[in-house]
Design a protein around this ligand. Structure first.
Ligand code: CP
Length: 309
């Protein structure tokens, strides 16, 4: 993928340290445009097809903002209703159609592997915005960018990831990225929501330093980063099981001040109950800054795959 032009971004598993660094550097360069301090027409004449077949606030809007602020244009689908998929059109045929209209695709789909099918059938770059309980590579990259900006480094850190590790696609993509660095990873979840074998196998193959545990307080102790996630009720076969597990972990200000006042708190959002709103005012509550970083990282990815960075 060395120069990224024409590349698909479907997983973080295959990104090398050099490629990750390149994305971080370009995202850093994009910050003044993402923060509305400077204007750019870098992507003038290019069209992004923003195809979101599952609900999204941040990923869709930040992809579209990134394209608009770099002078490009956006065509969008939000939900499969209103598309010919409800008449039975396949992902394969949809891909062959969209490549006629756009220069790059961002896609979110509930079916694991759907962005890869789109990429196999479209002759333009495809960026995954999340596939079921699979991966969310652009979120993983913006999470890494946020860690770099909050702590100034990736290495020599203790990072604790909490919540629905089984269905949490952001957790999977971030874990694959972090396996490139010298970090201590703690995974906190109820047993029923532990990391899937596909992720632990990858971490084992990489020789990653990680532990699995059930206590949030144990994971919070001494952590540099605490990455909270919500229980993804919509992915449970039994909705009652999702409801039962939803409030397993609730982080509040008292816990942080008592156990680890310096910890940087992240969350891919949306949150439900897992971070109390009394945490929001702490200077180390980074989750809204993290969502803001999505624009710069997606600007970088669009520019790179379109051969403009
Ligand atoms: N973090 C994230 O993927 O948020 P959305 O579901 O709102 O896009």
């Amino acid at each position: 993928m060395a120069n990224f032009k024409g590349a698909d971004i479907l997983s973080t598993k295959t990104l090398s340290k050099g490629e990750i660094l390149r994305i971080m550097e370009v995202a850093n360069d994009m910050l003044p445009f993402a923060r509305k301090e400077k204007r750019s027409n870098l992507l003038e004449g290019k069209i992004l097809a923003s195809l979101f077949f599952e609900p999204s606030t941040r990923t869709r809007l930040s992809f579209e903002t990134a394209m608009n602020r770099l002078g490009g244009k956006v065509i969008t689908i939000s939900g499969s209703e209103g598309t010919s998929m409800v008449k039975g059109e396949t992902i394969e045929d949809t891909a062959k159609m969209v490549e006629q209209y756009a220069d790059v695709i961002a896609i979110r789909h509930g079916q694991m592997g759907a962005p890869a099918i789109m990429a196999d059938n479209a002759d333009i770059p495809v960026l995954s915005g999340g596939d079921g309980a699979g991966e969310h590579p652009t979120q993983g990259l913006l999470d890494l960018f946020t860690i770099l900006h909050e702590k100034g480094r990736f290495d020599a850190m203790k990072i604790t990831i909490v919540g629905d590790l089984k269905h949490g696609r952001t957790v999977h993509s971030l874990s694959y990225l972090l396996s490139n660095y010298d970090v201590e990873l703690n995974y906190v979840s109820p047993k029923a929501l532990a990391l899937p074998e596909k992720v632990t196998k990858f971490l084992d193959e990489r020789g990653a330093n990680y532990k699995e545990m059930e206590s949030l307080e144990e994971g919070l102790e001494g952590a540099d980063i605490l990455y909270m996630t919500r229980v993804q009720k919509e992915r449970f076969e039994d909705p009652e099981e999702g409801k039962r597990l939803q409030d397993t972990y609730v982080l509040n200000r008292e816990m942080i001040e008592r156990i680890n006042p310096n910890v940087v708190v992240m969350h891919p959002l949306p949150r439900v109950n897992e971070i109390s709103t009394d945490v929001d005012d702490l200077p180390t509550a980074a989750y809204f800054r993290q969502a803001g970083n999505g624009v710069a990282v997606r600007m970088a990815l669009l520019a790179l795959v379109l051969g403009k960075a």
